[in-house]
Design a binder for this molecule. Sequence first.
Ligand SMILES: [Zn+2]
Ligand SMILES: [Zn+2]
Ligand SMILES: [Zn+2]
Ligand SMILES: [Zn+2]
Ligand SMILES: [Zn+2]
Ligand SMILES: [Zn+2]
Ligand SMILES: [Zn+2]
Ligand SMILES: [Zn+2]
Length: 639
Amino acid sequence: MPQRSVPWSSVLRVRPIPSGSDKGDRIVLPSSVLPHLLDGDDHHHNNNNNNNDDDDGGSGGAGLSAPPHTPHTTAPYTFELTNEETGRATHAGVLEFSAQEGTVCLPRWMWRSLDVAEDGRIAVRAKQLPKGTWAQLQPLSEQYRHIRDYRAAFEAHLRACHTTLTVGETIAVPYGADVYEFRVRALKPADAIVVVDTDLTVELEGPAQLLSSDDRAREHAAGTGAEEAAPETTLLAVGVPVKDRADIRGRRYYRFVWRKRADMVVRLSVQAGDGDYYVSILDKTPDLLNHTWSNWAGGRERSLHIAARDPAFAENETYFIGVHAFGDKEPFVYTLLVDEHAEAEEEQASTGAASTATYAGEDAEQCARCLAMVPAQAIRLHRGFCERNNVRCEQCGRVTRAGEETDRHWHCRECDECGDIALAEKHRYLMHRLHHCTCGDAYDSAVTLARHRATDCAERLVHCRYCRNLLPRGKLATEPHSRLMGLTEHEAYCGGRTITCAQCQMAVRLHDVKVHMQLHDAAREQRPPPFARCRNDNCTRARADHGPARNVLDLCEACFGPLWSSVDDPDRQKLVMRVARRYHLQLMDGCEKHSCHNEADSRMAAYDVAWLIEALKQCDDDTSKVDTWLRQNAPTPKC
Ligand SMILES: [Zn+2]
Ligand SMILES: [Zn+2]
Ligand SMILES: [Zn+2]
Ligand SMILES: [Zn+2]
Ligand SMILES: [Zn+2]
Ligand SMILES: [Zn+2]
Ligand SMILES: [Zn+2]
Ligand SMILES: [Zn+2]
């Protein structure tokens, strides 16, 4: 690769970068820089097909985006940033050429590492960096253990946000709802590298090394996946209830391994206080933002049914449960149980409860207060009792016992929800409070937030369909073909890599592997047999297509031999005669070969000739039916 020495450098004033672009190391430069960079390019590559004349004239226009760099032909633009007062330096890639002249927009973390303030002056110098091969990182807290597959998380973050890495800088890797910080300790082949279009090996420093993702996969396959869980989760045994408590605003986490392909139910019985529980496979610490299944219902007995046909259901997987105490008054005391879902039980319980209060006889009368159907002779008695003890809510029609229960009856002012006053606080929190997603979007209830997290949130963790790594979903790809396939930006990148097809040695993009293999399959289905076989089913030789033995019966030379004749036979009458004679002979005497094990041959020879002639007549000379006809109609021959 030819070295590109770009001479451009300048001292610029620091400005903040537009929010949303401050995660990575890409900076915004003034548009006047671009022509200089392109000049530098052209000087060394005359085959570069960027059109310089247009760009030179248009230096005043804002919003020029970075010229697309074709991988393997041109390296991305990289810059060295130096605070000349303190001597601190770092490196950056370029996001856009849209900054005001004389300024440069830097992400906030770069301000800190360069030790500059707004309007401070830094020297920006174009500098080509070598492609990185190896990086050693040091986690700044133990929390990084929460990342299921740190290697994939890094790669995704670097690819999305970074052009360079510099020894000594701290990078913040967002993962799920949290951000994990890592310090760059060492890099190869130099102290500052380009990370675009490279195969970078990422290593973690120190004794607290995580297993590599491959080791984990192996461990998982061996069925010991449960051991990788974070230490603060309690292992639950299926079918064994666990009594536990969570302090005020506290959280407790559990895990269990579900080995059956059957519906499961996660039951929670409340003894005191209130709380919610969330279940997830992907997240070790499920919460409002990161969960797959949840139950926000009130009541003492709650159950969460996870069906085996649920798309997120997985057999032989570790499931995680997060129990969150709600409210400020008392700790949450509960019993948690994971068990197989018994459908019959559930239904019985619900119908049983509904049928207690109604009477369905012909003489039934309805109580005006509680609307219950009561036998006519008992209606007066019931009314007297009902008037004294029951109160019917004008608004919702619900009947409550007079006294405390009626006082505790509550209606939400913003929706139709009603019930015990104890539900009020949680209802307002879940349904009528603005909930913010970590991706920046806001939702007016926990339900819409949960739906957003489960469907279109950019930070939702999904398995890439090509590399199988667990990654934040990110944005959908913009390229039409990828958009049509419903690919995310990462998947579009990941699926764009090529592999060599084992069958045709062609380079195939991962996207296209499925269609490519279907083409191979279709070609295989339509392939003709390698050679035309003799029509005799008991023969494996090739049909005689050439030479003197060539025949209309599609037989091989050997099978046709006995029927061959040197006499000219244009309308094949003689051939038909010879075939008929052989059939007859075979029916009479068998094929007369010692090696023949054809039962029909020898047995048919034992039949009286009169029966054989009759059989041929009855079967319209179809010799394949003769044997059956004889067995059904002729007396068994005595051998
Ligand atoms: Zn009543
Ligand atoms: Zn009511
Ligand atoms: Zn409400
Ligand atoms: Zn979101
Ligand atoms: Zn991937
Ligand atoms: Zn192929
Ligand atoms: Zn043959
Ligand atoms: Zn035979």
